[in-house]
Design a protein around this ligand. Sequence first.
Ligand code: CP3
Length: 344
Amino acid sequence: MPEGRTLFERACRGERGGHAPVWIMRQAGRYLPEYRKLREEVDFLTATKTPEVAARITLQPMERYPLDAAILFSDIMTPLEGMGVGLDFDPGPVLERPIRSAEDARSLRPLDPEEGTPFVLEAIRLTRAELSPDRALIGFAGAPFTLFCYLVQGGGSKDFMEARSFLRLETEAATALLELLGDSMVRYLAAQARAGADAVMLFDSWVGLLGPDSYRRFVLPLMRRVVGEVRAATHVPIIYFANGGATLLRDVKEVGADVVGVDWTLPLSRAVAELGPDAVVQGNLDPAALFAPRDELDRAIQGVLEEGATARAHVFNLGHGIHRTTDPDQVAFLVDRVHEHSAR
Ligand code: CP3
């Protein structure tokens, strides 16, 4: 497909025109009855590793709603198995053996995407072949710091203290691990773009645990390098979601991504004030707003669109993943309203 043909890709490049493109983080998932039905027969890991199933799930929300972009059904932890990590899901990721020493960290190998994640690349090819050309397909990876949090902690956590203390106690090993994750995710995202992803997104779900000084010391140089190398290897737009990153946005700007994803705690105009008027932002309706009565939800949607109008361009999304108890009809209403209110 010619570069930048979809409305979504044009918005990522900073162009306005037509309606605001909209997609939803975790749009392929448990709030959809068709997803839950499919998952009765196949467990999560198998679903992510079977290209036909992953493509089917990716397309489920696309069939239901006029969304402007699909995001590949997978997980940020999926490529880690190809680096030698033992992994399970319950429902969040659980590591067989957390990384707790320099020696543990050395046991991991860099990812070769064709070797370690061929099913992801095949799922992208299958999905791209079925998706209509005016709708984009987003590939993604976990950002190195967020992957580091899960690897060292061994699973989910509120504060990831094991991971954050490892960073201070074993700084050299931690830095080497972050670099290895960075190199691996560059290759992974480049391979996804070659397989047909129209844009790639880096999820930094836990970066909000860091203050600006730690972000500048441990994350910013690496993220700049990752984004620079992905850009050198592909021509697709790069989205960086720095969850909880309200205090980090001046530094996030220096990462150099094409689009910055913003969580719901910060009005987009304030994000733009930090990122600069040339910024393209993605977000940021509070996922809880989908539980409000329709008139209130509608006002919240208009509010996000008005805030988004302060940026060079705006990709509408939630401020984080959709909750699994959300009513699917509210999502239909949301997508229609975003299109209607932003049409010109
Ligand atoms: O629709 C999409 O957004 C694409 C698919 C997707 C999943 N995970 C599917 C999934 C994406 C982009 C992710 C990314 C992901 N995974 C992140 C970054 C985004 C974020 O939320 O901050 C993180 C931190 C993970 C790790 C992870 N995987 C967690 C914490 C969980 C448990 C989630 C929960 O709500 O309980 C998972 C499992 C997971 N990943 C599910 C899905 C659909 C649920 C699995 C199931 O039971 O069916």
